[in-house]
Write a protein that binds this ligand. Structure first.
Ligand SMILES: [Zn+2]
Length: 457
């Protein structure tokens, strides 16, 4: 049974899906005003891993929704800089098109395909849904209008008997100001649901009774509107980076009158020399700067999602080498000729591996432990059940290692000649044939207990 660390209750809990058919996951997506950095990418590898683990352990299908934030201050500023000839709404759309495409390309490089995500809604397509939630909050008197903007009142929310501060402990009695949404508002922590139109900014009409409040939505409201639209009033799991706990997720929970999701999962930061990777610190790196993006994926998976991960080029080189060895072993199993691999491994190492691998993932997706279990079989056990085990590893970790296209007859013949030369102890000839197999077919021949096995170079 899968257990997950639920930020709502701050403990590991057995995962119980709402329904039996599909598990709903909502992930806060990128703001598409620039290229995401690899620290951001860690936050998208979490739900990708999660959906794979859910399929493996819980045998369920998954609906994974990730929003695209295409409206906020940074989007507006950048769109007007890059597309100054277009009207504000068109400029915004053009900017979102450009960086959403780049984002999807970056995801693909780290093994997340467009089709792996069930829905990728854009915020500005759901303004009506956002307005409908805001109307509800106004009529229940939790929200208030001020200078054309609409704010959520934390005080009124708390007075209605609800708790604000489900994910982290909050204390607003101090003088500390919340840095987001600095527009005029009553309470320090109140946040904007709707921001009054400013000159030359994109805006939408918002008619309340007889008054129009032209403006644009705040950030938090968009996620609640889109998660409700695609996953319903309640759904299974909400994911995001740990920095989204407050104010973003806390505000999402408040404006929905309680948590929509039964489980909140947060991944820790990726740091560079112990500093958070952020545009403001100037230490950002995009996946384009990474030579082997799948090694980056491996590297992220080799740390537990709830532990901080310090990133360095040495680590990436280490992950590249580790992945190369794992690919070699996987190839050797997949490319073995029919009948070459015994059905079962006699030493029961595969059985032991399967148990440890599953236990590790069931325990709040302990990926480092699951990967460590590979040492039980890797490069020493060659059998059909080991081949199935590696197929499973690949499907859970999404490393795209499996290639089981059968080898062509002339390759098989070349391997046979090589094996024969080895048996005859004609090492000069076998060395030549090995070289030939590498140069002609790009395959590395290795001598194992069950004969010659090959892997892609
Ligand atoms: Zn969100």
């Amino acid at each position: 049974m899968l257990s997950l660390y639920n930020s709502l209750n701050r403990k590991k809990e057995a995962f119980k899906p709402i329904g039996s058919a599909r598990v709903g996951i909502y992930s806060c997506g990128p703001t598409v005003y620039g290229r995401v950095h690899i620290g951001n990418l860690r936050a998208f590898l979490l739900p990708d891993l999660l959906q794979r683990v859910l399929r493996y352990i819980e045998h369920v299908d998954v609906d994974w929704v990730m929003n695209i934030t295409d409206i906020d201050d940074k989007m507006i500023a950048k769109s007007q800089l890059e597309y100054d000839k277009l009207n504000p709404v068109e400029a915004l759309e053009r900017l979102a098109d450009k960086y959403e495409e780049l984002f999807l390309q970056d995801l693909e490089k780290i093994g997340i395909k467009r089709d792996d995500i069930s829905h990728l809604p854009r915020a500005t397509d759901f303004v009506v849904e956002m307005q409908s939630i805001i109307k509800g909050l106004l009529s229940s008197n939790i929200a208030y209008v001020q200078n054309g903007s609409i704010f959520f009142s934390i005080e009124r929310y708390q007075k209605s008997g609800k708790k604000y501060g489900k994910l982290i402990d909050l204390n607003f009695s101090s003088k500390s100001r919340v840095t987001h949404d600095q527009d005029q508002k009553d309470g320090v922590a109140d946040f904007a649901l709707w921001k009054a139109k400013k000159p030359n900014e994109p805006y939408w009409d918002f008619k309340l009774d007889d008054t129009n409040y032209p403006g644009r939505p705040g950030w938090h409201i968009e996620c609640s509107a889109m998660s409700t639209k695609f996953l319903g009033d309640t759904f299974d799991i909400h994911t995001g980076g740990v920095d989204l706990k407050f104010p973003h997720h806390e505000n999402e929970i408040a404006q929905c009158g309680g948590s929509q999701a039964n489980y909140y999962l947060h991944n820790e930061h990726l740091t560079v020399e112990s500093e958070k990777m952020a545009k403001s610190t100037g230490n950002v790196m995009s996946i384009e700067d990474v030579k082997d993006p799948m090694a980056f994926r491996y590297l992220v998976m080799s740390a537990h999602y709830r532990s901080q991960m310090d990133f360095g080029s040495k680590d990436l080189a280490g992950a590249h080498e580790r992945l190369r060895r794992l690919r070699t072993y996987t190839d050797q199993l997949m490319l073995a000729r029919p009948g070459q691999l015994p059905e079962k491994d006699e030493t029961k190492a595969v059985e032991q591996f399967n148990v440890e691998f599953k236990h590790a993932l069931e325990d709040d997706m302990n990926t480092p432990k699951a990967l460590a279990a590979l040492s039980i079989i890797e490069s020493k056990v060659y059998s059909l059940d080991a081949r199935e085990a590696m197929r499973l590893v690949d499907s859970v970790f999404g490393l795209n290692m499996v290639n089981d296209t059968p080898l062509h007859d002339d390759i098989l013949e070349a391997i046979d000649s090589y094996t024969q030369a080895r048996t005859d102890k004609d090492f000069k000839k076998s060395d030549e044939l090995r070289k030939n197999i590498l140069e002609k077919y790009g395959l590395v021949a290795a001598d194992t207990a069950i004969g010659t096995l090959v892997s892609r170079h």
